[in-house]
Design a binder for this molecule. Structure first.
Ligand code: ARG
Length: 469
C-alpha cells in the first residue's frame, strides 16, 4: 500500500517496505468507493477553503487546490482517470492526483483531517443525495398510485382479510392505501436525513486536532446543519447508514408486498389486473404465458435489501470506539440497497401507470363471498338488535345461503323470518356491494365522499393537476 505521494512508497516514514500485493488486493476499496468521488472533492474544497480562512494555508493555495480538484473531477467523469489498488481508496487516489499536480501545496490538503472523518463526511454527503433521490422516486410512485386511484376511483373491488373476501371497497381507496404507506416512508427518509445531517469533518482521526480548524465553516459550506458533537462518536458512527438502509428496507418491503398482491391479481384465478406487455416476459416453451417478472424480481429483491440491512447491523454490533477498518465494509451494502430500491421504485411507477383493473371481470364475480354480510349486520344493529346477536343472525343467513347456493340478496321473506321474526324483506334493500360501500360513514373508510376527498388531497399534495373525473 502506498501513501498519497505514490510511487510504490510505503505508508510514510514509519514503513520500510511496500505492502504485500495480496494485502493490497484484499483491503482495497477503490473498486467500489470510487462512487464517492464528487462528494470527496466537494469535501476537500470546503476543507481547503476553511484552512485558508483560518490561516493554515493561503487563499491562493486554496484556490489552486480547488482548481486542481475540479480538473481531477472532470478527469474521473471522462473515464480517463487511472485507478491503482495500491492507493487503496478513492480518497487516496484523489489526494495523490492532487499532489502530482501541485506538489507541496497538494500536500497541505490533509491538514487537520484524517481519512476517518473524511470517509464519514463523503459517505454522509453521498447518502444525503441518495435519500433525496429516493424521496423523489417515492413521490413518482405515489403520483402513479393516485392517478390509478382516480382512473378506477369508483370501481367496487373485494377487500380481503386472510386473503378471504371480507368487505367491499372502492378501488380508489385501495390505491390510496399504498400511498399512505409511501407517505410514512417519506417521513422516515426525512427523519433519517435530519439525523444524518451533522458534519463529521474535523473529528480528525478520533480526538480532534490542535490546529485551529473551523468546523462551523465546513458545516455551512457542505450543507450540514451543525458539526457533529463528539469526535470519538463521529469516527465510529454508522447509525445513519444503518438507519438509511432500514428505511430502504421498509420501502422495499412495501414494494414486495405490493408486487406479491399484483402477481396474484394478474393470475387467471383472480383476473383483476392486466399489466403492460413491456413489463412482462413470455415463456420459451409455453406460448400462452405472460409472466409478471418485474413484480417477481421486485419481491425477490426484498431479500437482497434485507441482506444489506443485516450486513450493516452485524458489521457494527461489536465495534469498540473509534474507527475500525471493518467500517470500510459499510459501503457495498449501502450502495446496493440504494441501487436496488431506486430501480424498483422507478419501475413500480411505470407499472402502476400502465396497469389496468379489469373492472368487468371484477364486477362479474363481486357477488361471491358475501361481501355485504357486514353491511347486513350493521343494518340489524341500526334496528336495535345488539351486535353479538346481529352477528349470529347474519352468520345463520350465510349458512343458509351456503346450503341453498345463493346470495344473501336472494333469500326470501320466508327464509329471513324463519331465522328470526325481527327480519323482513325490507332488509334486502341493504344488500349488495354498492349499497354497502355507499353506507360507509367513518373517517378513513372507503366511503365514496371520503375517497374523493383523499384523492383530491393527494393530487394537491403531490402536485398533480386534478385529473378529469
Ligand atoms: N478505505 C478506508 C475506508 O473506507 C479508509 C479508512 C482510513 N482509515 C484508516 N485508519 N485506515 O474506511
Amino acid at each position: 500500500m502506498s501513501g498519497p505521494d505514490g510511487g510504490g512508497k510505503a505508508w510514510g516514514g514509519r514503513f520500510d517496505g511496500g505492502t504485500d500485493k495480496r494485502v493490497e488486493a484484499f483491503s482495497e476499496s477503490v473498486s467500489y468507493d470510487r462512487r464517492l468521488f464528487r462528494h470527496d472533492i466537494a469535501g476537500s474544497i470546503a476543507h481547503s477553503r476553511m484552512l485558508a480562512a483560518v490561516g493554515v494555508m493561503t487563499p491562493a493555495e486554496a484556490d489552486a487546490i480547488a482548481r486542481a480538484l475540479k480538473e481531477i473531477e472532470a478527469e474521473i467523469e471522462s473515464g480517463k482517470f487511472a485507478y491503482d489498488i495500491s492507493k487503496e481508496d478513492i480518497h487516496m487516489h484523489i489526494e495523490s492526483a492532487l499532489i502530482a499536480r501541485l506538489g507541496d501545496t497538494g500536500r497541505k490538503l490533509h491538514t487537520g483531517r484524517s481519512r476517518n472523518d473524511q470517509v464519514a463526511t463523503d459517505s454522509k454527503l453521498w447518502t444525503r443525495d441518495a435519500l433525496d433521490r429516493g424521496d423523489g422516486l417515492l413521490v413518482g410512485w405515489m403520483q402513479a398510485l393516485v392517478r390509478a386511484g382516480r382512473r378506477h376511483q369508483n370501481a367496487v373491488i373485494p377487500g380481503y382479510t386472510h386473503l378471504q373476501r371480507a368487505m367491499p371497497v372502492l378501488a380508489g381507496h385501495y390505491f390510496l392505501a399504498w400511498v399512505e404507506k409511501c407517505h410514512r416512508d417519506r417521513g422516515r427518509l426525512a427523519d433519517c436525513r435530519k439525523r444524518l445531517n451533522e458534519n463529521p469533518l474535523g473529528a480528525a482521526a478520533l480526538a480532534g486536532t490542535s490546529l485551529p480548524i473551523d468546523r462551523r465553516m465546513t458545516s455551512e459550506a457542505l450543507g450540514f446543519d451543525r458539526p457533529a458533537a463528539n469526535s470519538l462518536d463521529i469516527s465510529s458512527d454508522r447509525d445513519w447508514a444503518v438507519e438509511s438502509v432500514f428505511v430502504l428496507t421498509m420501502i422495499q418491503l412495501h414494494l414486495s408486498a405490493w408486487a406479491e398482491e399484483w402477481i396474484l391479481w394478474t393470475t387467471s384465478e383472480f383476473g383483476f389486473l392486466s399489466l403492460p406487455d413491456a413489463y412482462c416476459t413470455g415463456s420459451s416453451i409455453m406460448p400462452q404465458k405472460k409472466n409478471p417478472d418485474v413484480l417477481e424480481l421486485t419481491r425477490g429483491r426484498a431479500a437482497r435489501v434485507i441482506g444489506d440491512l443485516t450486513t450493516l447491523l452485524t458489521l457494527v454490533k461489536g465495534l469498540p470506539l473509534a474507527y475500525n477498518r471493518d467500517l470500510q465494509e459499510d459501503k457495498e451494502p449501502l450502495f446496493d440497497a440504494f441501487d436496488t430500491v431506486e430501480a424498483c421504485l422507478a419501475l413500480a411507477a411505470l407499472i402502476t401507470d400502465g396497469a389496468r383493473l379489469r373492472e368487468d371481470r371484477i364486477r362479474a364475480r363481486i357477488d361471491e363471498g358475501y361481501l355485504d354480510a357486514t353491511a347486513l349486520m350493521e343494518a340489524l344493529i341500526k334496528r336495535n338488535i345488539p351486535q353479538r346477536s346481529a352477528h349470529e343472525l347474519v352468520g345463520k343467513l350465510v349458512g343458509l345461503c351456503e346450503r341453498k347456493g345463493c346470495r344473501l340478496a336472494d333469500l326470501s321473506e320466508t327464509d329471513l323470518k324463519a331465522v328470526d321474526t325481527r327480519l323482513d324483506g325490507s332488509l334486502r334493500d341493504e344488500l349488495g356491494v354498492d349499497h354497502a360501500v355507499a353506507g360507509y360513514r367513518s373517517e378513513g373508510s372507503s366511503a365514496p365522499g371520503e375517497v374523493d376527498n383523499r384523492l383530491a388531497h393527494w393530487e394537491q399534495a403531490l402536485g398533480l393537476a386534478k385529473a378529469a373525473k
